[in-house]
Design a protein around this ligand. Structure first.
Ligand SMILES: *Cc1c(COP(=O)(O)O)cnc(C)c1O
Length: 389
C-alpha cells in the first residue's frame, strides 16, 4: 500500500468488537488464562502478547507499527518523549570507551546528552560542523561506534547530507543515528539514504496538535528488539497507551497537515525575501538557500520551518513578535497553530554567546513554524508585523 493509505490503516488491530477507530487499552497489565500461559510469556513474549505496559501495550504497538510503515523501517520502539528516544537510542548501544561523532548544531537537550551525560560514562564525543563532509571524514575513526546529527538543524535549517555521512560512517563500521524531527516522516527517506536509526520527537509534527509528549526510535528489528527494547523497558521511558492513541490519530492526518504547512512556509518565505529590514530569509525550499540542491535530493520539499534574520537585532525581533496577531509566541514546532520563537533569548539562551554566534543564532533571528491556517492570513500577519518593526 502507498504511504497515505498506511497512515490511515497501518498497524490497526481490532478487538472482538470490530471497533472502527483504534481502541485505547488503558491498562498497565494483562491477565493470563493459566499459570502455564504466564510462565510462557515470561520465557518468550511474542510481538502480539503482552505482560506489562512498560514492556508493551496493544495501542502502543499499533503506533509503533504505523510509524514504522510511514518511515519504511523494520520496527520501532515508542518512548515517553523525544528526549527519551534520543537518550534511549544512544545509551542502549554505547558503553565506556566508545567513540561518537556528532554534529555541533543540536537541540539543547540533545547537546546536553552528548556533551555532558555520555562523557560522564566514559564515552568520547567529537563535535563537527554537520554540513562539512570533510570534518566528518576527519573525525570518524575505526573505533567510532556511532555518528549522530539532526538532518535539518534548529533553528538555522542547515541540512546534513545523510548519504554522504553514512558512507563515511559505514566505511568504519559506525552506526548512523539521525534525529529527523525537522525533516518530518512525510518527506524523510532517511533509511534508504543510509540512516541505521531514525529518531522522532512525536511531540512535533506527528501529534501536530500540541497535545502530548512522545517519541519513537526506528530501525532494524534486531536493533529495536535486541538493543533498544531491553534498555527502554527496564529503565522506564516507555510511551503511555493514551499518548499512543493520540499519536495514531495524529498520523492519520500528518501528510495533509505537513504538505499544507510546507505550502505556507514557502508563501511566507517568498513574501519576506528581500523586504527592507529582513537581512536574510532561511528556508531550504528557496533557491537562495545554500543547500537547495541537497534539499531537492534528500527531501524534495523545504519543510514547515523557516527562519528570518531581522537587521535591527533583538529590538526589531521583539517588536516583530509583539506585533504578530495570528502567529503565537511559543517554542513548540510542527503544530497546526503557527508559532514564532526568538531562539537567542529562549530555546538557545543557555548556550555561550560565542557558540550561539558560530551557529548563526543572531539576536535578530526569529524561527517560524507554519501551521495550517489560511496562508493568506499568515502572509498578511508577518508583513504587518514587519511594518511594525
Ligand atoms: C523537540 C525536539 C526534541 C525533543 O523532543 P521532546 O518530545 O520535547 O522530548 C529532540 N530533537 C529535536 C530536533 C526536537 O525538535
Amino acid at each position: 500500500m502507498k504511504k497515505r493509505t498506511q497512515l490511515v490503516h497501518g498497524g490497526t488491530k481490532r478487538s472482538q468488537w470490530g471497533e472502527l477507530s483504534e481502541a485505547i487499552f488503558l491498562t498497565q497489565g494483562f491477565a493470563y488464562d493459566s499459570a502455564e500461559q504466564a510462565e510462557g510469556r515470561f520465557i518468550d513474549c511474542a510481538p502480539d502478547e503482552y505482560i506489562y505496559a512498560r514492556y508493551g501495550n496493544p495501542t502502543v504497538r499499533m503506533f509503533e507499527e504505523r510509524i514504522a510503515l510511514l518511515e519504511g523501517a523494520e520496527d520501532g520502539f515508542a518512548t515517553a518523549s523525544g528526549m527519551a528516544a534520543v537518550n534511549g537510542a544512544l545509551v542502549s548501544m554505547l558503553k565506556a570507551g566508545d567513540h561518537v561523532v556528532s554534529a555541533r548544531a543540536l537541540f539543547g537537550s540533545c547537546l546536553y546528552i552528548l556533551e555532558t551525560i555520555l562523557p560522564r560514562f566514559g564515552v568520547e564525543v567529537t563535535f563537527v560542523d554537520g554540513a562539512d563532509l570533510e570534518q566528518w571524514r576527519a573525525a570518524v575513526r575505526p573505533d567510532t561506534k556511532a555518528v549522530f546529527f539532526e538532518s535539518m538543524s534548529n533553528p538555522t535549517l542547515e541540512l546534513v547530507d545523510i548519504e554522504g555521512v553514512a558512507k563515511i560512517a559505514h566505511a568504519q563500521g559506525a552506526l548512523v543515528l539521525v534525529d529527523n524531527v525537522f525533516s518530518t516522516p512525510v518527506y524523510s527517506d532517511a533509511i534508504a539514504q543510509g540512516a541505521d536509526v531514525v529518531i522522532y520527537s512525536a511531540t512535533k509534527h506527528i501529534d501536530g496538535q500540541g497535545r502530548v509528549l512522545g517519541g519513537v526510535i526506528l530501525g532494524t528489528k534486531d536493533f529495536i528488539r535486541g538493543v533498544v527494547e531491553p534498555y527502554m523497558k527496564h529503565t522506564g521511558g516507555s510511551m503511555s497507551p493514551f499518548t499512543a492513541w493520540v499519536l495514531l490519530k495524529g498520523i492519520e492526518t500528518i501528510d495533509l497537515r505537513v504538505r499544507a504547512q510546507t505550502d505556507s512556509a514557502m508563501a511566507v518565505a517568498r513574501a519576506l525575501e528581500g523586504k527592507p529590514g529582513v537581512a536574510n530569509v532561511i528556508y531550504p525550499g528557496l533557491e537562495s538557500h545554500p543547500q537547495y540542491a541537497l534539499m531537492l535530493r534528500q527531501l524534495g520539499k523545504g519543510g514547515t520551518m523557516l527562519s528570518i534574520d531581522l537587521a535591527g537585532g533583538k529590538a526589531a525581533a521583539f517588536r516583530f513578535l509583539n506585533a504578530l496577531e495570528v502567529i503565537l509566541i511559543s517554542n513548540n514546532l510542527g503544530d497546526a497553530k503557527s508559532i514564532a520563537t526568538h531562539p537567542a533569548t529562549t530555546t538557545h539562551q543557555r548556550l555561550a554567546p560565542e557558540l550561539r554566534a558560530s551557529l548563526g543564532i543572531t539576536e535578530g533571528l526569529i524561527r517560524l513554524s507554519l501551521g495550517i491556517e489560511d496562508p493568506e492570513d499568515l502572509v498578511e500577519d508577518v508583513l504587518q508585523a514587519l511594518a511594525a518593526v
